[in-house]
Design a protein around this ligand. Structure first.
Ligand code: GDP
Length: 454
């Protein structure tokens, strides 16, 4: 018999509705103690996938109006009986209902405990469980699509296809080795090589998409750099659509670094608008400039801004030099004014150059294309299976190295029982990846990173 657990599943902030989720053998009974159906019936008589309107009753007093949803095992998120009570989403109202649920016998759910139960009850594998956390934290559209794909089992299917082939070959080989007297047809080495090459290619393509996937998932540390007044803050505003960066015609206004996350072309840029890069006698400003250069050196991507209406200055040339060898887009601003800058010098120095007018909000699509193509994510297919984290990547790499070893073994004529050991090792890695063989410590570690209520 499982302990019945409960937690607030909506965020810890006032909202229209707050949801208390209860899961375990006594979930519906406990919900029934705090929830009174308006039609006089009892939740305990309710079948799965049913909802009732009613009230929360605490110490015999009717409180908030509420809706209770009942799911019956195994057809629920956790695979257990689940009740979800939706109340008006003021923090106090939700907390009071949760307290009443605890008083009725539920225990507080630990971080990720609902999803952990779903995993332990076979409702999802580890890659799917991990995708739940990824969906919650997703900021970019492509990241969200990829995580939803994983939740729907896209990665699991791809891994399981490889696993099935490995286990099939392994079983045939084992039977042939173990029962030489039986009429088991020998596995042709050509056939085995073909199967292993399929497995190798599948795992290779998963590993190849990992880096792009990480760019999509984690976002890109991006610095907007340029001398004062070229329009860095205006570009920041154009990208964020807000006025967080101060835009003014007085040089050196952005003395420190303003940070913002923006979505561009489906990916998230962690943007830093830096102090204008120029020689300055002002101590405070100099500290800002020093920080700006450091941020530029550490950035994964630089948006180097130039003013098309003015000739290039020494500071502009210094910026061009600083960007060499970095992923950087030259952003030539103020195209609404007459051009004075030697833009050919800039174009030659940068792999991508775009012309914008931050003032008129022009050039955003070009900037988006330049950034996504420079990052190599322009053709990213978020509908393809994707490894989501280092844990998954490492298991995939280890499985691949066992398969490569097995392939070498086949071409060298190594005995089938030796090859079988390698196939079993590869299969083990993939079983750990999907969680069918993961140890308790790994599982606990994964779910400890979840929020309570999920
Ligand atoms: P920063 O010092 O590089 O951050 O530059 P700001 O964004 O503060 O802009 C400096 C000045 O240039 C302000 O007066 C802006 O209004 C102006 N500015 C920015 N972008 C454009 C543009 O595209 N066209 C024109 N004409 N002026 C711009």
């Amino acid at each position: 018999m499982s302990t019945t657990i409960a937690a607030i599943s909506t965020g810890n902030a006032p909202g229209g509705i707050g949801v208390i989720r209860i899961s375990g053998d006594n979930a519906v009974k406990i919900a029934d103690e705090v929830f009174e159906c308006r039609d006089g019936t009892s939740l305990t008589d309710l079948g799965g996938y049913r909802a009732k309107f009613g009230s929360i009753v605490i110490d015999g007093k009717r409180q908030d109006d509420a809706v209770a949803l009942v799911f019956r095992a195994p057809k629920s998120y956790t695979g257990e009986d689940v009740a979800e009570i939706s109340v008006h989403g003021g923090l106090l109202s939700v907390q009071k209902t949760l307290d009443a649920v605890f008083a009725a016998g539920a225990a507080p759910a630990g971080a990720g405990e609902f999803t952990k139960r779903a995993f332990l009850n076979g409702k999802m594998d580890l890659t799917q469980a991990e995708s739940v956390a990824d969906i919650i934290s997703a900021e970019g559209e492509e990241e969200l699509k990829a995580s939803i794909g994983a939740l729907h089992g896209r990665l699991s299917r791809s891994i399981n296809a490889v696993l099935e082939k490995l286990l099939d070959s392994s079983a045939t080989m084992a039977a042939w080795v173990d029962y030489p007297d039986e009429e088991i047809p020998e596995l042709e080495s050509d056939e085995l090589e073909k199967t292993l090459t399929f497995c190798k290619n599948e795992l290779n393509s998963l590993l190849e998409s990992y880096d792009k996937g990480q760019t999509i998932r984690s976002g890109v540390d991006t610095v907007i750099a340029g001398r004062p007044n070229v329009g860095k803050s205006s570009l920041m505003n154009m990208l964020t659509g807000t006025d967080k960066s101060i835009v003014t015609h007085i040089e050196g206004t952005t003395r420190d670094i303003v940070e913002e996350n923006v979505r561009l072309g489906g990916i998230v840029l962690h943007l830093k608008d830096t102090a204008g890069l120029r020689e300055s006698g002002d101590v405070v400003e100099n500290i800002g400039i020093e920080k700006a250069y450091r941020a530029l050196d550490n950035a994964q991507l630089v948006l180097a801004v130039f003013d098309s209406s003015e000739s290039l200055t020494d500071e502009d040339r210094e910026l061009i030099n600083r960007c060499s060898g970095k992923l950087a887009v030259a952003v030539i601003n103020k195209t609404d004014l007459e051009t004075s800058a030697d833009t050919d010098i800039i174009k030659k120095a940068f792999e991508k150059t775009v012309f914008i007018s931050a003032k008129n909000d022009e050039g955003l699509a070009e900037l988006e294309n330049a950034v996504t193509s420079l990052l190599g994510v322009a053709d990213f297919d978020s509908s393809a299976p994707l490894l989501a984290n280092l844990r998954q990547k490492q298991h995939c790499e280890s499985a691949l190295s066992c398969i490569n070893e097995a392939l070498d073994g086949v071409s060298l004529g190594v005995t089938y029982d030796a090859i079988n050991v390698m196939l079993d090792a590869a299969a083990d890695e993939l079983l750990s990846l999907t969680g069918k063989k993961a140890n308790a410590e790994v599982v606990n570690n994964i779910f400890s990173k979840f929020c309570v209520g999920k």
